[in-house]
Design a protein around this ligand. Structure first.
Ligand code: NAI
Ligand code: MG
Length: 358
């Protein structure tokens, strides 16, 4: 079966990693009889610096007909981050109703956590982050600009539909996993949106009596992700909280360079987008040492998603092969590793080694 994939390498380490990772992904797919037809779009900050726009007019329309999107990273030291984010990434998530962001945090065998006393497999949780509204809603403004009394207002938006969608997806995941859900809020301080969130968790939870629900305030959750990361199974959180907590999740499981994500339209109407959790890493961009595994794992999630969406067992199997090769490599102490994992290998040699394992 053919899957038509939009490829947006983006900025910094994004294109660097993608250039070597895509041939591997194509190879694994082909070995399973899956044809991945990539269409590459060179959108991003370089384009912004040349033309004043991150992507051409109508770029969302160009993406709409693809089956899925694979994205590298977006962000450039010379472009304000709110410009790059609002010019490319956030419009994609919103336009394509990708309201559920799924981010697994797994301490793989052979990877060292910066926390003492955890071995491979000890930490394994998944964060469901609301992805199209909440604190990242584009609602607000500036008044009295230039005056001493200038003011900025930024409003958070929580809809019943958006909240319910992510909460339901999280309950479904918990029911399939160990049956434990942690809902993260700040209901003591944000007395409108967060009690609303809590209500929806209770309502949806009534349909999942087999799932136990724990509620944590976000500051306590940040602490507990460091103190007892092995105790979590599924976490559900708002856009901002999920964003912050998944960086902690990536670090306690070894590296930002290992954390993949899926931005999913649960309605299945629009293309979903798969991308590493990390950004464009300008501090190491161009050095050829970026860890490509977060991108490979994201491609694996894309294949699994396509497999499920259209009943293509071969795509699911290709996704499993990729994931398994990463596990295999990480568990092998003689395999090349990038510096973020304590090694001295480059991106290309990690991918070359991975190719020998698929
Ligand atoms: P970052 O994730 O790019 O980097 C944070 C740290 O992790 C850096 O020290 C970096 O070298 C390291 N790191 C990240 N990915 C790595 C990899 N694959 N291998 C090895 N080390 C890796 O976050 P930062 O520095 O806060 O942001 C840089 C730019 O990326 C900014 O412009 C920001 O707005 C953007 N950004 C974009 C995201 C996206 O495209 N989804 C997400 C986060 C940030
Ligand atoms: Mg983030």
């Amino acid at each position: 079966m053919t899957h038509d994939i939009a490829l947006v390498p983006g900025d910094g380490i994004g294109p660097e990693v993608m250039a070597d990772a895509i041939p591997l992904v194509e190879r694994v797919a082909a070995a399973h009889g899956v044809d991945l037809a990539f269409t590459e779009y060179d959108w991003g900050s370089e384009r912004y610096l040349e033309t004043g726009a991150m992507a051409p007019e109508g770029f969302l329309g160009m993406l709409a007909d693809h089956d899925a999107i694979l994205l590298g990273a977006v962000g450039h030291p010379e472009v304000p981050d709110h410009v790059s984010l609002h010019g490319l990434l956030l419009p994609i998530r919103k336009r394509f109703d990708q309201s559920v962001c799924r981010r697994p945090s797994i301490l793989f065998d052979g990877v060292e956590s910066p926390l003492r006393g955890y071995d491979g497999g000890d930490i394994d949780f998944v964060v469901y982050r609301e992805n199209t509204e909440g604190e990242y809603a584009d609602v607000g403004g500036r008044e009295h600009v230039g005056h001493a009394h200038e003011v900025a207002v930024q409003s958070a938006v929580f809809t019943r539909r958006g909240t319910e969608r992510v909460v339901r997806a999280a309950f479904e995941a918990a029911a399939d996993r160990e049956g434990r859900l942690t809902s993260v809020t700040k209901s003591n301080a944000q007395a409108h949106s967060m009690p609303f969130w809590d209500e929806i968790v209770r309502e949806v939870g009534a349909e999942y009596p087999e799932v136990s629900v724990e509620s944590l305030l976000v500051d306590a959750a940040a602490m507990d992700l460091v103190r007892r990361p092995d105790a979590f199974d599924v976490i559900v959180a708002s856009n901002l909280f999920g964003d912050v907590l998944t960086d902690i999740g990536a670090e306690v499981t070894g590296s930002m360079g290992l954390a993949p994500s899926a931005n999913v339209d649960p309605g299945g109407e629009h293309p979903s987008m798969f991308e590493p959790v990390h950004g464009s890493a300008p501090d190491i961009a161009g050095d050829g040492v970026a860890n490509p595994l977060a991108t490979v794992l994201s491609a694996s999630m894309l294949l699994a998603h396509r497999g499920e969406a259209v009943g293509d067992a071969d795509a699911s199997a290709a996704g499993e092969t990729l994931w398994g090769a990463v596990e295999d490599q990480l568990a092998d102490s003689s395999a090349p590793r990038t510096p973020d994992l304590g090694g001295d290998a480059g991106t290309a040699s990690v991918l070359a080694d991975l190719r020998d394992r698929v």
